[in-house]
Ligand binder design. Structure first.
Ligand SMILES: [Mg+2]
Length: 271
């Protein structure tokens, strides 16, 4: 059992997730049973708390190094994802387990603006501000959720929680052809800032080179770029949902929970 749990955490550490992948499966919420273990771990394990602190501690060190290198005084920025990176939406996952409707439930959740800051996130953001490094929030939340999102970030005390530092899903999506891609929005930030660090729970939060997971579920791209992790890319854990699910479901839409479980089991290794 321990081996299984450690394996799950390792997978989680390697891959993140994005809210958009959940939005794409509104009509087929994930199996509740599959979510219970993941949400239990995310909400209750001290290991989860430690992993977030570890990630943000590392981010602080990388930020210090970048600031020290910046003799030319360029405008520096950190790009962060929001969901399961800066804000904890796991109570909404509990609602899903309790049979809430995904689409209306998510809108109600973001409008409520009550998600809590994740461990180390607020301290890191304030530290970046103290070093005159901008934070840009690039999220695949919809434009219709901007007001609630800003309110939530402000409620939690995050700096740079302003219109010009929040890039939601439709911003510049036309530049990439992939409406879930964050590449165009990263380019927009890079027009006026040097992006020194990216933080997220989904590989798509870092670079478009991870968007195609057809080769070994995306692990090949990660291995080929291994030196960037812990350096420019800080990965946080999310076992609850994410782009990592899609190759396991063979990119098929509209699967029943039973079929999803069958496919997941078929991917488990026995040796
Ligand atoms: Mg996320």
């Amino acid at each position: 059992m321990k081996i299984k749990i450690y394996s799950a955490v390792l997978v989680v550490a390697l891959f993140g997730s994005c809210r958009s992948s959940r939005q794409a499966t509104v009509e087929t919420p994930p199996s509740q049973d599959k979510l219970v273990m993941a949400v239990a771990w995310y909400q209750n394990s001290a290991e989860m708390t430690a992993l977030y602190y570890q990630g943000f501690n590392m981010a602080g060190q990388r930020l210090d190094e970048a600031v020290a290198r910046n003799q030319a005084g360029k405008a520096l920025a950190v790009v962060v994802d929001i969901d399961e990176t800066m804000l904890d939406n796991s109570p909404f996952e509990t609602q899903i387990i309790n049979n809430a409707d995904f689409a209306t439930g998510w809108k109600n959740w973001t409008t409520k603006a009550s998600a809590k800051a994740l461990p180390g996130a607020l301290e890191f953001a304030n530290y970046a501000k103290s070093k005159q490094v901008d934070i840009f929030y690039i999220t695949n939340r919809d434009d219709s959720e901007r007001a609630g999102t800003l309110k939530n970030l402000q409620n939690e005390g995050f700096p740079y929680a302003t219109e010009d530092h929040l890039l939601t899903k439709s911003d510049l999506s036309a530049t990439t052809g992939n409406t879930s891609s964050k590449a165009g929005r990263r380019s927009k930030v890079a027009e006026n800032h040097e992006i020194i660090l990216l933080i997220g729970d989904n590989l798509n939060d870092f670079s478009e080179m991870f968007e195609n997971r057809s080769s070994y579920n995306g692990k090949e791209a990660v291995t080929n770029n291994r030196k960037l992790f812990g350096q420019k890319f800080i990965v946080l854990p999310n076992p609850m949902y994410g782009a990592w699910e899609k190759p396991l479901y063979e990119y098929r839409e509209g699967l029943s929970d039973t079929e999803k479980t069958r496919l997941l089991k078929s991917k488990l290794k026995t040796e």
